[in-house]
Ligand binder design. Sequence first.
Ligand code: PGA
Length: 223
Amino acid sequence: MKLIIANWKSHKNREAVEKWLDDFEGKYTAQVEKQVVICPPMSSLMFVSNRLLNREKNKDVYLGVQDISPYPAGKYTGAVSTENLNGFNVRYAIVGHSERRRYFHETHNDVANKVAQCIDAGITPIVCVDDEYISSQAAAIPQEHLIKCIVAYEELSAIGSGKNEPVEHVKEVFAEIKKYFGSVKLIYGGSVDVDNVQDYLSFCDGVLVGTASLDVSDFIALL
Ligand code: PGA
């Protein structure tokens, strides 16, 4: 089963989300051997969740979040805990995205705590790594949690740049990830689009798609 994960980042207001879902439902046909995961901004989570609960139309479409609190429910103003997500049918959480590390100063320990929160709540963490910190990120995560992660390799220079990482290099990095994380599912992200998605899906367990998921026609073409 291949995962095709749409990461909308902080794009789209409610109206744009509604329009995207309308267009998507009009054009989407159930996928063979693929799971589509939509990760909307938190502000649209309830809305997207309600729409996705209509399982007949949206077979194989699941909900993910772009981030999660490293803490349990409690006095953490502004944070969204796994308890807050209860009832929304959230199946996946992206953790440690390079934009979270860069702009919100997340550390390996924060990411490890987010992984722990997800696993406790039955949410599958999608841990993002780049070349440089695979081993240090893995070292911060307890062994029993490592095997429950999906790992997304996203090279910084490939994100949002239109310069997707060469397949040969992605394969080398995957081999490195396996050394530290074990035999986890491995996905690639960074300028994945309709023209290159097949190159990655031939050997990856899925792809993380930012820019090419924003426009519904682009995303449908990619699927
Ligand atoms: P991109 O984003 O597809 O726009 O490169 C991917 C990501 O950051 O997850």
